[in-house]
Every structure is written in structure tokens, then in C-alpha cells.
Design a protein around this ligand. Structure first.
Ligand SMILES: [Mg+2]
Length: 387
């Protein structure tokens, strides 16, 4: 089998209402998708980067496409190394690796379709056919720092819909106001629903420790990205000062980037983003690296149904950490981050998976990613990027 074409699409969709996290407001969702075609008529789809920056598409079409044409998709990890070696001198992180990620996911989709198996069967097998999810939402929608009613209502809505855990944003307000919001949501959802918080590296170490001590009193399960990803010593300082779990890694790239995080035990949970770290090939390696240090791997997921499907395929293969007789979600079993914020692209590019009565989602059993990408929707929201 040979690759005959590599196309990229940049998709955008305006939101009715903007929302914010610790860093900024947004009124747009966007994505970069990759479509790879073969001489056997098999087509694979991937999603590149979670920023949706059009430069990612340009890297694929200008630099990677000429190297991919004529290649055998089954050489996926050899191709990964070649593309990485090509761009290593440009910095080992960022746009070039976002771009590799989308290509890698599309190649695995092709391989799965060629052999008639879902990707997880090719990456080691099925540890679980259903994955418990947690709702990611509870962003800031209001400029008023004391306006908490809408967030409380959103949290109650998730609980009523059957989500077994949820994550909210912090770092966008003063410590006092953020704690007021966390307390209001904790009171509303009760003590039995695991609640996580995500600062999107909005603190320095001493501020993260200060709020972290109060978050422990509110039984927050994990504090995500307390400090900037470059500040490894800051992570270590926060982690040694607090008893709640520290999660991080969604802004990190490749196994080389995750190695110091794992070796120095800077986090309790690594969160590789499959569209960013280098795709399925690299996320699997990062999960193994983390497992060797008994650090849990719970991927970061932010994008269309393509990246959701890719994450499900990976999570299906991950061993419980540690393996026990009666594994508990999050504590032992990896879970899926299920983005519930407004995104007109998400359910249109590929159908939204459905939550079952146990708060879980089925791993797509079909070949490859196990989803049908709606190319009409792709073209409706996007344009093909020809550099
Ligand atoms: Mg995050």
C-alpha cells in the first residue's frame, strides 16, 4: 500500500457566547485535520494540535507531504522518526510536532482499516471496552467574579446527566473568588463526585501552594498545571507541599519532553495530548514511560470527534496503575477527558459518543479509529490548506 495524497483542513466555528480560563477569553473553536489517501482507496483521518493554528497545516503540506507520498502507511513509526529528525533542529517542540501528531493518527487509522481491526487491537489489545469519562467544563462565562450561579447550575447538570467526575477552571479570579466558586460547586454536587481543578499554569509556585492548601479542604482530587510547563522545580515544590494529586503535561511534547517530568516525579498524573505529543505512536511510549514510574496516564483531550476517538483507542490499551483486584476509576483506571464546552465542530466532524448509565463511553470497535468522518462537515467549517 502506498500513500497517494496528504491533505490538510483548517476548521473554525464562532461561538454564541465567549468563555474564558486563566489565560484568555475565546469566541472561536478551531481544528486542523489531516486526510491521507492510499492507492488501495483506504483513507485515514488525523487531528493535529489542540490550538487549531493554521501554521500546523502548512507544516504538513509544505514539509511532510513530499516525504509521505509513495510511502507505506505500515511504516508509521519509521516515518515518525524521519519526520521528527527532519524538524529536530527547529526546536523539538511546538508546531512541527503538532503536525507529526495528525499524520501519525491518520496513518494508524489507515492501518486499522487495512487489517479490519480497531487501533487498540494493534497497540497491545483491549484492557477495557468502555472508558469512564469526566466532564471538562465549568469555564468562566461572566465578567463578574462573584457570579457563580450559572457555574453551579452547569455542575448540577453534569451530575444529573450521569457524569461521575468533573473538572473546573481556576486561576481566572482572585484566590478568594476562585475558592468561593470551588466551594459553591463542591456544596452543590456533594462529597461523592470527584472534582478536579485546572489552573492552566496560571500561578507561580507559592501561589499554587497557597490555594492548593485550601483546595485540599474542599476535597479537590487533582490540581492541574499549577505552574508554567517550563518550571520543573516549581512543579516539584508544589507537589512536595501539597497532598492532593498534581496533574500536568498537556503542553509537553514527545517522550523526550516527558522524560524529566517522569524521572523527577514532578507530577502524579501525566496528561499527554495525542494531537500534540506526536500522535498515538508517541502517546503509547509516554504512557509506558509513566507506568515505569507508577505515574498514571490520563490523556488531555480538546478537539473534534477524531481526537476523542484516538484517545479512546489509546486508553483502551493502558494497564491499570497499579493493577488491582477491584480497580477504581481515576485512582487505578485511566479515564477520558470529555470536553463539554461549546464546540460546533465536535459533533459534526464525527458523531458524539454517548454516555452510558455507568458514566462511561464505548471504545469504537470498528476498524481504525472506528469513526466515520463527515467530509461535508469538514468542508463546511473549513478550507483545505495549500501552502
Ligand atoms: Mg488542562
Amino acid at each position: 500500500m502506498r500513500i497517494t495524497d496528504v491533505q490538510t483542513f483548517h476548521l473554525t466555528a464562532k461561538l454564541d457566547k465567549p468563555f474564558a480560563w486563566s489565560l484568555r477569553w475565546t469566541d472561536t473553536r478551531s481544528a486542523v485535520l489531516v486526510k491521507i489517501t492510499t492507492d488501495e482507496g483506504i483513507v485515514g483521518w488525523g487531528e493535529a494540535g489542540s490550538s487549531g493554528a493554521p501554521a500546523i497545516a502548512t507544516v504538513i503540506t509544505s514539509q511532510y507531504r513530499p516525504l509521505l507520498l509513495g510511502r507505506d502507511p505500515f511504516d508509521v513509526e519509521i516515518i515518525w522518526e524521519e519526520l521528527y529528525a527532519l524538524t529536530r533542529d527547529a526546536g523539538q517542540k511546538g508546531t512541527a510536532i503538532d503536525a507529526i501528531s495528525g499524520v501519525d493518527i491518520a496513518l494508524w487509522d489507515i492501518i486499522g482499516k487495512a487489517v479490519g481491526k480497531p487501533i487498540h487491537k494493534l497497540l497491545g489489545g483491549c484492557a477495557r471496552s468502555r472508558v469512564t469519562v469526566y466532564a471538562t467544563g465549568l469555564y468562566y462565562y461572566d465578567q463578574d467574579p462573584r457570579a457563580v450561579a450559572a457555574r453551579v447550575e452547569e455542575a448540577c447538570h453534569y451530575r444529573e446527566q450521569g457524569y461521575r467526575a468533573m473538572k473546573m477552571k481556576i486561576g481566572g479570579l482572585s484566590i478568594a473568588d476562585d475558592l468561593f466558586h470551588v466551594r459553591a460547586i463542591r456544596d452543590a454536587i456533594g462529597p461523592d463526585v470527584p472534582l478536579m481543578v485546572d489552573a492552566n499554569h496560571g500561578y507561580n509556585a507559592y501561589t499554587a501552594i497557597r490555594i492548593g492548601r485550601r483546595l485540599e479542604e474542599l476535597d479537590v482530587l487533582w490540581l492541574e498545571e499549577p505552574v508554567v510547563p517550563e518550571d520543573l522545580d516549581g512543579y516539584l515544590r508544589v507537589k512536595s507541599a501539597l497532598d492532593l494529586a498534581i496533574a500536568g503535561g498537556e503542553c509537553e511534547y514527545t517522550r523526550f519532553g516527558f522524560l524529566p517530568l517522569v524521572e523527577r516525579r514532578a507530577v502524579d498524573i501525566v496528561q499527554p495530548d495525542l494531537g500534540r505529543v506526536g500522535g498515538l505512536s508517541e502517546a503509547k511510549k509516554i504512557a509506558s514511560l509513566a507506568n515505569a514510574a507508577q505515574i498514571a496516564c490520563i490523556p488531555h483531550v480538546w478537539g473534534t470527534g477524531i481526537i476523542v476517538a484516538a484517545a479512546l483507542q489509546l486508553i483502551a490499551t493502558l494497564p491499570n496503575c497499579p493493577p488491582v483486584r477491584n480497580p477504581q476509576s481515576i485512582w487505578h483506571e485511566p479515564v477520558l477527558e470529555f470536553d463539554r464546552t461549546p464546540n460546533p465542530l465536535r459533533g459534526r466532524v464525527a458523531p458524539e459518543p454517548e454516555l452510558d448509565a455507568e458514566g462511561a463511553i464505548a471504545v469504537p470497535p470498528g476498524p481504525g479509529l472506528g469513526i466515520e468522518v463527515d467530509e461535508d462537515a469538514v468542508r463546511h467549517f473549513g478550507r483545505e490548506v495549500i501552502w
